[in-house]
Design a protein around this ligand. Structure first.
Ligand code: DHB
Ligand code: FE
Length: 280
């Protein structure tokens, strides 16, 4: 039987990818930011997940105003790197797990979550930066990935509550998959960030830290945070945090926090990272 053994969350700031790709991680601006991921890279090397269900958002690399799926699950064989800004990152293709992905799609759709099935898609920094942070710069990524793209770019994004419930449905899907697989689920994006306008650079460290605390202490509070609170307190792109709630919902009632990192600034945003283990 497949098992969800851990949840990981991380910001996916494109400048982190550019820093890695251009050999700048040891520079004074970046060193302490990247140091917070050393623990996780060593832990991942020991955990050896077979598959990561990677919850991310596309930034107009695969989807644009022509098509805006709320929840899109990647059921393809592989995904190439794409990006705006610095351009496609020089990282290996991401290898999918079509059998598991189709199983999750079927299970979630019959569980009344109307997933969009995507067989062809390029993946941008939303997905590749977390892979680099957790796995470094290997010739090939060490596990398969089931990409789950969430619309947090164009209003209306899904509610945190809906995301949490989707995580619970994904956990049921994984638990009913017969193959013996070590599966992790990752949530990406966040934390405080506002990239444009008069409030650009807004950082609310107190709010961010409470969100990190309550992933363990009070996840029921998090699932009911309204969109307007994310926007007001963490900036317009802070809404990416609803994706962390898919990860959290998939872990069950109790979790243990194994590792946390919070750093400001990278680009003009806060970096948040946490590793959780289910306890039930
Ligand atoms: C930036 C872009 C993002 O998608 C994000 O999540 C954080 C930061 C940026 O351009 O700095
Ligand atoms: Fe983003």
């Amino acid at each position: 039987m497949a098992r969800i053994t851990a949840g990981v969350a991380s910001s996916h700031i494109p400048a982190l990818g550019a820093s890695i790709d251009n050999g700048k991680t040891a520079e004074p601006y970046w060193a302490s930011c990247f140091a917070g991921f050393d623990w996780t890279r060593a832990w991942e090397a020991a955990q050896k997940p077979d598959v990561v269900i990677l919850v991310f958002n596309d930034h107009a690399s695969a989807f644009d105003m022509n098509i805006i799926p709320t929840f899109a699950i990647g059921c393809g064989e592989r995904y190439a790197s794409a990006d705006e800004g610095w351009g496609p990152r020089p990282v290996p293709d991401v290898i999918g797990d079509p059998d598991l992905a189709w199983h999750i799609a079927q299970s979630c759709i019959l569980d009344e979550f109307d997933m969009t099935i995507v067989n062809t898609m390029d993946v941008d920094h939303g997905l590749t930066v977390p892979l680099s942070l957790m796995f470094g710069q290997p010739e090939a990524w060490p596990c398969k990935v089931v990409p789950l793209a969430v619309n947090v770019v164009t209003y209306p994004p899904p509610t945190g509550n809906r995301c949490y419930a989707l995580g619970e449905a994904i956990a049921r899907a994984v638990a009913s998959y017969p193959e013996d697989l070590n599966v992790q689920i990752w949530g990406t994006g966040g934390m405080s960030h506002q990239l444009q306008g008069p409030r650009a650079g807004l950082i609310n460290a107190e709010w961010d830290q409470r969100f990190l605390d309550d992933l363990t202490a009070d996840p029921q509070r998090l699932r009911h945070i309204p969109h307007i609170e994310y926007l007001r307190e963490t900036g317009s792109e802070g809404i990416e945090l609803v994706m962390w709630l898919i990860m959290r919902g998939a872990l069950g009632a109790g979790v243990k926090e194994l590792h946390r990192h919070y750093h400001v600034p990278a680009s003009n945003t806060a970096v948040g990272h946490i590793v959780l283990e289910p306890t039930d």
